[in-house]
Design a protein around this ligand. Structure first.
Ligand SMILES: Cc1cc2nc3c(=O)[nH]c(=O)nc-3n(C[C@H](O)[C@H](O)[C@H](O)COP(=O)(O)OP(=O)(O)OC[C@H]3O[C@@H](n4cnc5c(N)ncnc54)[C@H](O)[C@@H]3O)c2cc1C
Ligand SMILES: NC(=O)c1ccc[n+]([C@@H]2O[C@H](COP(=O)([O-])OP(=O)(O)OC[C@H]3O[C@@H](n4cnc5c(N)ncnc54)[C@H](O)[C@@H]3O)[C@@H](O)[C@H]2O)c1
Length: 444
């Protein structure tokens, strides 16, 4: 590539959309720069997946222990402060590890906020100009905040993950991934939780009968759900906060989590200076992840598309750009099936054709009552069911499961869905028994 510029490829942002491909790209001899305004690693390691799953672990274990009551003796309780400390120990080392990964590969990390000057030049912190042949926008998402009076009194998911003590009464606005995962965690840790819905639907992207099972379980555990809440204002009171909602109703609470979605980090990037097209859903790209400006690309959460905004999708795009920039491919990006999971207890996981779509298209849908299958009974799982979808030739084309280990069951079936295995091919496989993966294959 050209030596007219400081770097061959310059990434803005140091999350999964950058480092998973940026480090191996640097190893091929391409000169790589990375500009990051916050922690190297971005959302997933520092304030997303890794942090969340660490504080969820005792939640999952406590739930299991409750079911084993009588076999296991004693009452297990979560020490919130220690749980958060443990999370911090796990994630504290990640930015340095990822910095080492990039730097050992030959990439240069520049700390600061990037803004475009022209299509080959970025200004860092308003001072230093950095130039590159190609630039990748990988700036991710940030929390959306409700546009209502008192919005500054609410907190976001990062604040929740850093709570040193657990407030007694938490109100969560939004019932998507973050709202439901954090409601599950805080409820099990002992907080009094209210979830305020925008409509009457929770986790609208998941199979609703399974969502209902999770919601009913949380209701039995004391979580309150307010449908069509129409939240209007947050105010400070002597003892905490008050939420005005609905038809001038009020709710007193100790802590408010605004979990109403995430929006692209684009507004202070200077995209207008270079004419890159975008809207509130993200940056527009073609099937090579290239924007309308030839040398500017985008990857990860910040891209405008219908894919789940999850780490494995950012990883896949980052790897694709590595192959494109190092000359290993000129092909368009071809996404494999992208699974998704919500880490409630139990989890709901899905991949491929959804049950709703299968019903519309008349595919074969089989229902598996896993709660009555011996291996799920080992854990005494009360809520466990899956649906597998086959096309007319017997290929597995979709699965959705609600259970404690739904993510592993779905992961185990991914090759069958991606490579369109039929029942005959699946019957050739001998798995390890007894395992969740085997239980899933056994039904495919
Ligand atoms: C609470 C939470 C839980 C999650 N749990 C899961 C999960 O369990 N599984 C899963 O697969 N996904 C999960 N996700 C989603 C996952 O974190 C994202 O899909 C993933 O991090 C996207 O990576 P990215 O590189 O596109 O963006 P990010 O990781 O957000 O990285 C973007 C980086 O760009 C930087 N940046 C932004 N603007 C600029 C600028 N102008 N100059 C310099 N730097 C800039 C930011 O500081 C950030 O570090 C979760 C997200 C959240 C918030
Ligand atoms: N397990 C995972 O993979 C995982 C976990 C957490 C987050 N994430 C990622 O982070 C993204 C953001 O998560 P999220 O939960 O913030 O977003 P989301 O889009 O999943 O949910 C947002 C929720 O806010 C509600 N809402 C919007 N406006 C509202 C209003 N005015 N009043 C009340 N409710 C309102 C929506 O109806 C929805 O229920 C997700 O899209 C996901 O990609 C993934």
């Amino acid at each position: 590539m050209s030596k007219k510029f400081d770097y061959d490829v310059l990434y803005i942002g140091a999350g999964h959309a950058t480092f998973d491909g940026g480090a191996p790209l640097a190893e091929t001899g391409v000169s790589v720069g990375v500009i990051e305004s916050g922690l190297v690693g971005g959302t997933c390691p520092n304030r997303g997946c890794n942090a969340k799953i660490t504080i969820d672990e005792p939640v999952k274990m406590t739930r299991e222990a409750q079911r084993m009551n009588g076999i296991l003796k004693g009452d297990l309780k979560i020490d919130w402060t220690k749980n958060i400390e443990h999370k911090q120990e796990i994630i504290d080392v990640l930015p340095q590890g990822l910095t080492d990964r990039l730097e050992n590969a030959g990439a240069t990390i520049i700390h600061g906020h990037a803004q475009f000057k022209d299509n080959h030049t970025v200004i860092v912190d308003g001072k230093t100009e950095v130039t590159a042949e190609k630039i990748v926008i990988a700036t991710g998402l940030r929390p959306h905040r409700l546009d209502i009076p008192g919005t500054e009194l609410a907190h976001d998911s990062e604040d929740f993950l850093n709570l040193k003590t657990l407030p007694e009464k938490i109100t969560i606005v939004g019932s998507g991934y973050i709202g439901m995962e954090f409601a599950t965690i805080a409820n099990e840790a002992g907080a009094d939780i209210t979830v305020m819905l925008h409509s009457d639907k929770v986790l609208r992207k998941f199979y609703q009968p399974y969502v209902e099972k999770v919601v009913n379980d949380l209701k039995e555990r004391g979580v309150k759900f307010i449908e069509n809440s129409n939240v209007q204002a947050f105010t400070k009171t002597d003892s905490g906060y008050q939420i005005t909602y609905g038809d001038n109703q009020t709710l007193d609470t100790d802590w408010i989590l605004d979990a109403t979605g995430r929006i692209p980090n684009l507004d202070e990037l200077g995209l207008d200076k270079v004419g890159v097209k975008f809207d509130k859903t993200g940056v527009f790209v073609n099937d090579h992840l290239q924007t309308n400006v030839d040398n500017i690309y985008a990857a990860g959460d910040v891209v405008s598309n219908d894919l789940p905004k999850v780490t494995p999708a950012a990883y896949f795009e980052s790897k694709y750009l590595m192959k494109l920039f190092s000359g290993q491919t000129t092909d368009a990006i071809k996404y494999p099936v992208i699974p998704s999971v919500v880490f409630t207890s139990p989890r709901i996981a899905q991949a491929g054709i959804s049950v709703d779509e299968a019903e519309k298209k008349g595919y074969e849908i089989s229902t598996n009552d896993l709660a009555n299958y011996w291996y799920y009974q080992v854990d005494k799982e009360p809520i466990a069911e899956s649906k597998q979808i086959h096309d007319k030739d017997g290929h597995l084309i979709g699965v959705t499961e609600v259970s404690d280990q739904a993510q592993d069951a779905v992961n185990a079936l991914l090759p069958a869905i991606e490579f369109k295995f039929d029942r005959k091919q699946i019957s050739r496989l001998i798995g390890i028994f007894p395992t969740i993966g085997y239980a899933a294959w056994h039904r495919a």
